[in-house]
Design a protein around this ligand. Structure first.
Ligand code: GDP
Length: 527
């Protein structure tokens, strides 16, 4: 029953989001390198960290060719403990990313300078904005030709709805890329391709009319910078930390992650302004991190880390108090006490058992099937953390058992995969057939593969054309009963037994809504 305020205040937990290929992985590795380089100084060691930054999680990603895991990586920097929750880039695993976003306190969005704002970025930033998550933007790949800086800022405002404030500004780009001007600290940082930035490459120029600027980057580039910085200062609002923390103002940085350029500026600003662990809403009340009693929730379950073992790891975000190893906690949904002998933390390249964890931390709990996404642990209070909704899947298929001897295995496998959040399972109200709903086609392959390899069960699929699944409720119980009677064919239950309407088309959904005004249709599960 205590909280360690010193440790709590040291935590910064965030996620990096982007459209695939914008450079999220590269940026993550460079941040880890900075974290390590600061402690161990010296190129050899840095290289080593760089190599081992490819953690187990990334190895899995590489093997499968896509990010199937949300990795957690932590490092120390300037006496802060920084937790990066990496998010799968592949759009078929978007739901994992949404769930991870419930466990962070802020995000960094990576944008490819040549591509600008892409589809995936839009969706993810939307989710962040729903939650007022503070957002920083890193515009990457300045060593290549790309869009004009001001056009990019316009895109960020128009497509993402962000109010932006550049805190660094590029001096040229592509072949002509000379460096960035750090508007926050009024310094020029010169670019040397594939070289590490060192102190000599940083020149303090507080007054842009200084003639040294012309000497450093050439008169044409110097004049262009002067003009553009003048524009920035007159067009964009001053940086205001409070506005950033409210999610209303996003600082923007420019750089090149692969060249480790502009990354330090981003990180230095991040550690200065990013929020420490924030309060989290539970159905019952708001839970503050500095409360004495421990609480936390599961936002991700990862199966089969080690193919030789069937166990899973449930990733838990600590919300309040101190989590202690081998201590009894209440598993709220199951209403029973559990303790954990081997809670695991992730420090960049290595896993280790932890005795204690603090708000903002993410720990891995070995699990043999007790946890579902969204589960809460507390010291005894009945808390249910909010904000891990399910959305309607985009693709649906009937799932059939392909081996009559193995129906138990199939049921068990399906149940566990659904608890992990791999997909959603619906059971038809009229005939009990099972339907799997996913965000992308890829999950169907993953499910089939994993059922066979982890549970010894085989399944086949049968196509099903559905537009959407929506959760339905009604205040009037009689009306709901009638609706169920009349529309049995189009109804199913989700894994919580909630009633779901399966709409064949946008039109049939609209008709159902019009014909049944007494029924409420919900497009996400947390109504
Ligand atoms: P992710 O899919 O967002 O994780 O992207 P990656 O970090 O894997 O990067 C995608 C590709 O872009 C890789 O080939 C990187 O080497 C490359 N890349 C990353 N940062 C830069 C950069 O600053 N400049 C250039 N030219 N390429 C980059």
């Amino acid at each position: 029953m205590s909280v360690n305020l010193k440790e709590l205040k040291r935590r910064r937990t965030f996620g990096i989001i982007s459209h695939p290929d914008a450079g999220k992985t590269t940026l993550t590795e460079k941040l880890l390198l900075f974290g390590g380089a600061i402690q161990v100084a010296g190129a050899v060691k840095s290289n080593k960290i760089k190599r081992s930054a490819t953690s187990d999680f990334m190895e899995i990603e590489r093997q499968r060719g896509i990010s199937v895991a949300t990795s957690v990586m932590a490092f120390d920097y300037r006496n802060l403990k920084i937790n990066i929750l990496d998010t799968p880039g592949h759009q078929d695993f978007q739901e994992d990313t949404y769930r991870t976003l419930t466990a962070v306190d802020s995000v960094i969005v990576v944008i490819d300078v040549a591509k600008g704002v892409e589809a995936q970025t839009e969706k993810l930033v939307n989710v962040c904005r729903m939650r007022n998550t503070p957002i920083m933007v890193f515009i990457n790949k300045l060593d290549r030709e790309g869009l004009d800086g001001f056009d990019l800022l316009d895109e960020l405002e128009q497509k993402l709805g962000l109010t932006v404030r550049p805190l660094s500004w590029p001096i040229g780009m592509g072949q002509r890329f000379k460096g960035v001007y750090n508007l926050y600290e009024q310094k020029i940082i010169l670019f040397r391709p594939h070289g590490k930035q060192d102190e000599e490459d940083v020149v303090e120029i507080t007054d842009l009319s200084d003639g040294r600027l012309d000497e450093l980057v050439g008169t044409a580039a110097a004049d262009e910078l002067r003009e553009e910085v003048h524009m920035v200062e007159s067009v964009y609002p001053k940086f205001d930390r409070e506005a950033y923390l409210r999610g209303e103002l996003s600082p923007v940085f420019f750089g090149s992650a692969i060249n480790n350029f502009g990354v330090r500026e981003l990180l230095d600003c991040f550690v200065e302004v990013a929020p420490p662990p924030l309060s989290r809403p539970a159905e019952e009340r708001e839970v503050k991190p500095e409360e004495g009693s421990f609480s936390g929730f599961v936002f991700k379950i990862h199966a089969n880390m080690d193919p030789k073992h069937r166990d899973r790891i449930a990733f838990m975000r600590i919300c309040s108090g101190t989590f202690e190893r081998n201590t009894n906690y209440l598993h709220v949904r199951q209403n029973r006490k559990m303790k954990f002998p081997n809670p695991t933390s992730f420090m960049a390249e290595k896993k280790m058992v932890v005795d204690e964890a603090f708000p903002g931390d993410v720990i891995g709990l070995y699990d043999s099937g007790n946890f579902k996404i969204g589960d809460t642990l507390t010291e005894g209070e009945e808390l249910h953390f909010k904000g891990i909704p399910s959305f309607s899947p985009e693709q649906f298929r009937y799932v059939n058992n392909a081996d009559p001897m193995k129906y138990k295995q199939l049921d068990k496998g399906l149940e566990q995969l659904m608890d992990e959040g791999v997909a959603q399972l619906f059971v038809k109200e009229d005939n009990g057939r099972k339907i799997i709903g996913t965000v992308g086609a890829l999950q169907f392959d993953v499910i089939q593969y994993r059922l066979e390899h982890e549970y010894g069960a085989r399944c086949t699929y049968e196509g099903l054309n559905l537009h959407k699944a929506c959760w339905v409720t009604a205040k009037d119980e009689k009306a709901l009963k009638e609706f169920i009677q009349r529309r049995k064919r189009d109804l199913a239950r989700d894994k919580h037994g909630q009633l779901v309407y399966l709409a064949e088309s946008a039109w049939s959904l609209k008709m159902a809504q019009e014909n049944h005004p007494e029924i409420e249709f919900h497009f996400k599960s947390d109504f």
